[in-house]
Design a protein around this ligand. Structure first.
Ligand code: PEP
Ligand code: MG
Length: 579
């Protein structure tokens, strides 16, 4: 039994599919492809990512060592445009209708044979450069089209050292029962995407890839964060029973679908959905969310070879808002940087990406990209109830600057007689301590607040949210975090604004109880958690929640707080296996 970090709930049982990183094996893996064009597009994306990687490494080397050393990387960059290399690979894909990896394997073979005939040691060394480059491209291809799920028959559990948010987004839900990784944490975007896809997952499981082989039977206990490899019959039976109970519980929860999200003393708490992809709308409607509280639009930008056009974005936003009928859709503008990057858009090398050119900061220095998105959102706002939200606001001026750009684009659209919602609401994410302290001032300009607790915890406690080695220090019930939430709620209410929580905390019923008591008006979470949280809301009194929150704010540490919350909710949790 291996202990990891809870990433996505549920129980999955199935055979292991180990994601091998050995490039020699990958290069020999021949596959007939269905579409030459698709394969060439994947190759193009992988080349772009590789180019970006190399430029980043080069700049880092120039910064750390010197420009001469950095220039060594020019040879790699040239190779990425070399017709003998790129053209030859494409030719093999086209003529033999084979996958990129196999084509690259053949190209590499040709190079190696050529270099073998040469005695010059300098030139011989260049063959290593080519191998290194191909290895990097392979890595980027496997990130691009993730796992070769299609060629495996039957369902399986993926075990990998790491999966990027993009890899996870590409998992084939019909085949992947769940995944286990060595890296990652609960609030890393990989885990967030797993929850969106409703795939059980455990992350941060040390050395798991060296302890399983393909075909081993494995159990994922996504609620407790365990991976059980080759379980005994007894353990297997227990988990099969649990799995049945889990499915039954979900069936019971469905009965709450049509019921209102109101406490017993009539406090309405809106329960919204967080989405990453337009395809999630089915699940949003299935769970009858009151609206979309967070559309993480960066996932529209990820995993492509170029920026999405205004028209492409407009169509996505329009589809989403139309499918939601009259319900609100909160579109967060691009939040790239940190652990999310675009292959075709270069961010200069950073020592601390989460503190770097991320989110609204990036939009404000790339106004053309930002403007395209804003235009698309505004045009879609003519078709339903859309709100705009800016991520990672740190100071008030940033919000004003972004809002000014929206106003300018509104004026431009008006002039061109393009329809849009002239009263569109513009809100700010509260995810940095500085803006909590300045929230009273910000509230004068914003139409609503939404607390991104995933980042607020990271920035308050100075703990990288994606780093499993410090995951124990990532403590969302830390009194410092709770005080900041309370302060943001007070600023919002003092200025007649609604405030929501759209971080992962909102999806935990025990914590949701506390958030309601702290005065939060709305909660936004992955769709699959909505009915679970609704079950809690309908079982509590707002007045009790307020008293509990008041008591919690006087407590000194999160252990005390957690125990107190469980104690208070014990009776409500009784008889409901886990709310
Ligand atoms: C957050 O930080 O809590 C949030 C909702 O945004 P993201 O997880 O996308 O950073
Ligand atoms: Mg955030």
């Amino acid at each position: 039994m291996f202990k990891g970090i809870v990433a996505s709930p549920g129980i999955a049982i199935g055979p292991v599919m180990l994601l091998t990183k050995k490039s020699e094996e990958i290069l020999k893996n021949k596959r007939t492809i269905l579409s030459v064009e698709d394969e060439k597009e994947k190759f193009k994306i992988a080349l772009e990512k590789t180019k970006n990687d190399i430029i980043n490494i080069k700049e880092k080397i120039i910064y750390d060592i010197g420009s001469k050393e950095g220039d060594i990387f020019n040879a790699y960059l040239q190779l990425l445009h070399d017709p003998g290399f790129v053209g030859k690979t494409e030719q093999i894909i086209r003529e033999q209708k084979v996958n990129i990896e196999f084509a690259l394997g053949q190209v590499l073979q040709n190079y190696l044979e050529f270099f073998n005939k040469i005695s010059d040691p300098y030139l011989k060394e260049r063959s290593r450069d080519i191998s290194g480059l191909i290895e990097r491209i392979i890595k980027n291809i496997s990130e691009t089209h993730a796992i070769e799920q299609k060629k495996v028959s039957g369902k399986f559990i993926i075990v990998a050292e790491d999966l990027t948010p993009t890899d996870t987004a590409e998992l084939d839900k019909t085949k992947v029962l769940g995944f286990i990784t060595e890296k990652g944490t609960q609030t890393s975007h990989t885990a967030i995407v797993a929850r969106a896809l409703e795939i059980p997952a455990v992350v941060g499981v040390k050395d798991i890839t060296s302890n399983v082989k393909n075909g081993d039977l494995v159990i994922i206990d996504g609620d407790r964060g365990f991976a059980v490899v080759n379980p005994s019959q007894k353990v297997l039976n227990t988990y099969k029973e649990e799995q049945k109970k889990y499915l039954l519980k979900n069936k019971v929860l469905k009965k709450l679908k049509k019921l209102e999200s109101k406490t017993q003393d009539n406090r309405k708490i809106e329960l919204n959905a967080n989405i990453e992809f337009a395809e999630e709308i089915g699940s949003v409607l299935e769970n009858n969310a009151d609206g979309i509280g967070l559309f993480r639009t960066e996932f529209i930008y990820i995993n492509r070879a170029n920026l999405p056009t205004e028209e492409e974005q407009f169509n996505i936003y329009k589809t989403v808002v139309q499918k939601m009928g009259k319900k609100p859709v909160t579109i967060r503008t691009l939040d790239i940087g940190g652990d999310k990057y675009l292959p075709y858009f270069k961010i200069p090398p950073e020592q601390n990406p989460f503190l770097g050119l991320r989110a609204i900061r990036l939009s404000l220095v790339n106004i053309s990209i930002f403007s395209v998105q804003i235009r698309a959102i505004l045009r879609a706002s003519a078709f339903g109830n859309i709100k705009i939200m800016f991520p990672m606001i740190t100071v008030v001026e940033e919000f004003l600057e972004a809002k000014k750009i929206v106003e300018e684009i509104k004026a431009e659209l008006k002039k061109k007689k393009v329809n849009f919602d002239e009263n569109i609401k513009i809100g700010a994410m509260i995810e940095v301590p500085s803006i909590v302290l300045l929230s009273d001032e910000l509230a004068k300009y914003a139409d609503f607040f939404s607390i991104g607790t995933n980042d607020l915890v990271q920035y308050t406690l100075a703990v990288d949210r994606g780093n499993e080695t410090v995951a124990k220090l990532y403590d969302n019930l830390n009194p410092a975090v709770l005080k900041l939430i309370k302060m943001a709620v007070e600023s919002a209410h003092k200025n007649n604004l609604k405030i929501s929580v759209c971080g992962e905390m909102a999806a935990d019923p025990v914590i949701a109880f506390l958030l309601v008591g702290l005065g939060v008006d709305e909660l936004s979470m992955n769709s699959a958690s909505i009915l679970n949280v609704k079950g809690l809301i309908r079982n509590i009194k707002f007045q009790d929640a307020i008293e509990v929150a008041d008591a919690v704010l006087k407590m000194k540490n999160s252990v005390e707080i957690k125990n107190f919350l469980f104690e208070k909710l014990k009776n409500k949790l009784k008889g409901k296996e886990k709310l």
